[in-house]
Design a protein around this ligand. Structure first.
Ligand SMILES: [Zn+2]
Length: 350
């Protein structure tokens, strides 16, 4: 991706107010949810706040507008390529109108537990397959792009926890049930077998990062912790042996012993618990059971992206529904998702 586009994306993501080109009540009655022309204007203001950028060569403001609305030709001598409002984004070459896309982004960003593709199919009158693919593309847009800074930092608490959700299907994923079941329990890995394992990291009062893992065992969990949490952080976990060794690498490692019914412990430095991680899992599970119901294992990581995204832009952090939807739209830049890639699994390999 050209550097200019990357810088622009960062600028857009950091400055929420620059997106607010549409002034008026923000609900589903807004014109860009009904009219493709209004949708184009709305999305282009987010994508190109300072004028159109050619997605092929990165040149700014040198395009010719062609006769068809939303189609442009790059004016740079060495380029001259055509592009549209959505070229190089998660919505590229979709036959579904842009206003329907914006509706789907808004609904997925503003519904705490998500919205099913069945619902999108019924509400918008697009085919089931189209709705399903749209929802996955929105999740792709919600994915954090580029380099992501580690969670935590000096004085900050990061909670780590694992959970299990849904049965492993033999057909999906590269690990068979038997292979997982035979994994050693050495190092404190628990309840392995036929359930899908998820590890989540939640900075208290801050952001979350969740991973679908083949097995929540010692090497896997240690790798995730090391790669995603700043060493100056205070680590809070439950009493699992998974965290004992890696915990020593951190400024502090405190844990509550759930097996002894201990859920919060008060210490001079503050309360020790992993309630933030537990509450993340609770929203995730309610959504997965109530809204999504059937999720292939190969797609689990995409749903985690969606729940992480909403958690990381939650109202408590000062982001409202419109801003959250706009952030997801800004993330559509450079996120092409093809059918083949949709079926890739998202295991974190050891
Ligand atoms: Zn160009």
């Amino acid at each position: 991706m050209p550097l200019l586009i990357l810088i622009r994306m960062l600028a857009v993501m950091l400055d929420l107010s620059s997106m607010a080109r549409y002034i008026g009540p923000m609900n589903l009655a807004a014109p860009h949810f009904r009219d493709d022309e209004a949708a184009r204007t709305y999305f282009e203001a987010i994508r190109w706040p300072d004028g159109r950028v050619c997605p092929h060569c990165g040149s700014i403001g040198s395009e010719y507008v062609t006769k068809r609305a939303g189609r442009y030709r790059c004016g740079a001598k060495e380029c001259r390529k055509d592009f549209s409002t959505t070229t190089g984004t998660a919505m590229e070459s979709s036959k579904v109108g842009l206003s329907k896309w914006l509706w789907t982004f808004y609904m997925m960003a503003s519904s705490k537990k998500g919205i099913s593709s069945q619902q999108v199919h019924r509400s918008l009158g697009v085919s089931k397959d189209a709705a399903w693919f749209m929802c996955h593309r929105v999740r792709e847009a919600m994915k954090a792009g580029g380099l992501v800074a580690p969670l935590g930092g000096p004085g900050k608490v990061v909670e780590v926890d694992e959970t299990y959700h849904g049965k492993i299907s033999e057909a999906s994923g590269q690990y068979s049930k038997r292979k997982r079941g035979s994994t050693t329990k050495r190092g404190g890995s628990r309840r392995i077998g036929d359930k899908r394992a998820i590890v989540t990291l939640v900075e208290r009062g801050g952001k979350s990062r969740s991973f679908h893992v083949a097995v929540a065992d010692l090497p896997t969990v240690q790798k995730i912790v090391r790669e995603n949490i700043a060493k100056e952080s205070r680590l809070h976990t439950d009493g699992s042996g998974l965290y004992t060794a890696v915990g020593r690498e951190y400024a502090e490692h405190a844990f509550v012993d759930h097996s002894k019914e201990e859920y919060v412990r008060y210490e001079p430095t503050g309360p020790v618990h992993n309630n933030s991680a537990e509450s993340y899992f609770s929203v995730f599970k309610r959504g997965m059971r109530g809204v999504y119901q059937h999720c292939k294992e190969a797609h689990l990581h995409r749903y985690l992206v969606e729940f992480d995204f909403r958690h990381n832009t939650r109202t408590r952090l000062g982001v409202d529904d419109k801003q959250r939807a706009d952030l997801a739209l800004a993330g559509a830049e450079g996120k092409r998702l093809t059918y083949r890639r949709t079926n890739e699994g998202g295991h974190v390999a050891r």
